[in-house]
Write a protein that binds this ligand. Structure first.
Ligand SMILES: [Fe+2]
Ligand SMILES: [Fe+2]
Length: 303
């Protein structure tokens, strides 16, 4: 399904590719979220876009708020929507808990585990790239935290570096937001996490929770927040007046290279798209020498 990798520039093709999706917020019976948003339909559109990428990702990561109320039926609906797509793409699905989730139902109805209120954590080996799932949720609350036990566990995991380094996936991002409501619901005591990450092989942090795409650094580690599939925040307003809208949904395409990791925002839209570039065009370029390619595609006419 993937086109043969080509290298026209100085970087070899990415070693790993991850699809980063967030905040699906499904409800039992597909009740409209907030009386307005068809979360199942919006997830379906996102998954269609993921399949349209024409790639076989190394993983599909969902960074929390998988359901809106933690209802068992909503987790069953989520698997019903996502698992067939993941199977067709040959990719593992990595689930992260969010503040809208309920740990017991998530374990039982999504992960086929014994229900318990313990944090939902895990370590995945994506052929040398380690992905660590943290659980920043606090049962009964919407703000985030990481307790001593989970931080100690993380410290132990990170004590041994992985061949291609480590990516953390968590719901609450360790970043500020310019929107006041998110400060109330932030990840608390972030310096404790920063302390654990110092001098480790963590190369990126994937997060959600904000329902808009943003990025920053935390303890020197790049942080990338994917927007939501359900609804997004209308950022074209003053911070105090930001509210949700049924538009602007997107997910992230994460490319892991030897020396860097990129996070491309993929808009989920129905828009007329030009058809100039194609596999045939790439083949034509691949048949040229590097100097011929520059002449054919970089040279400005008449200069
Ligand atoms: Fe959310
Ligand atoms: Fe959240």
């Amino acid at each position: 399904m993937d086109a043969a990798p080509v290298q026209f520039g100085q970087y070899p093709p990415a070693r790993r590719t991850i699809v980063h999706v967030s905040d699906t917020h499904l409800l039992a019976g597909n009740t409209p979220l907030g009386g307005r948003y068809d979360t199942a339909a919006n997830l379906r559109r996102t998954l269609e876009s993921v399949e349209g990428l024409g790639i076989r990702p190394d993983a599909i990561v969902f960074t929390g708020d998988l359901t809106d109320l933690g209802e068992p039926e909503a987790y069953v609906a989520l698997r019903g929507a996502v698992e067939p797509v993941a199977e067709r793409l040959g990719a593992p699905v990595i689930w992260v808990a969010g503040n809208h989730d309920e740990r017991s139902a998530l374990r039982r109805d999504l992960l086929d585990l014994e229900p318990s209120e313990g944090p939902v954590t895990g370590v995945w080996d994506l052929d040398g790239l380690r992905l660590v799932v943290l659980d920043t949720t606090v049962p009964g609350w919407h703000h985030g935290d990481l307790d001593d036990a989970q931080l100690a566990w993380l410290r132990g995991v990170l004590a041994t570096p992985a061949p291609l380094g480590t990516i953390l996936a968590m719901h609450h991002p360790p970043l500020p937001s310019h929107i006041p409501l998110f400060d109330i619901l932030e990840l608390r005591d972030q310096t404790r996490l920063a302390d654990v990450l110092t001098d480790t092989d963590v190369r990126a942090i994937l997060a959600g929770h904000l329902h808009y795409s943003t990025s920053g650094t935390f303890a020197g580690v790049p942080v990338s927040v994917a927007a939501a599939t359900c609804y997004t925040m209308d950022l074209a307003r003053p911070g105090f007046d930001v509210n949700g809208m049924d538009a602007g949904q997107s997910f992230h395409l994460v490319h892991v290279y030897d020396d860097t990791i990129t996070h491309a925002v993929v808009p989920v839209v129905d828009a007329q798209t030009a058809e100039y570039f194609s596999a045939e065009w790439v083949q034509r370029m691949a048949a040229l020498t590097a100097a011929e390619r520059l002449e054919a595609f970089s040279r400005k006419p008449g200069r």
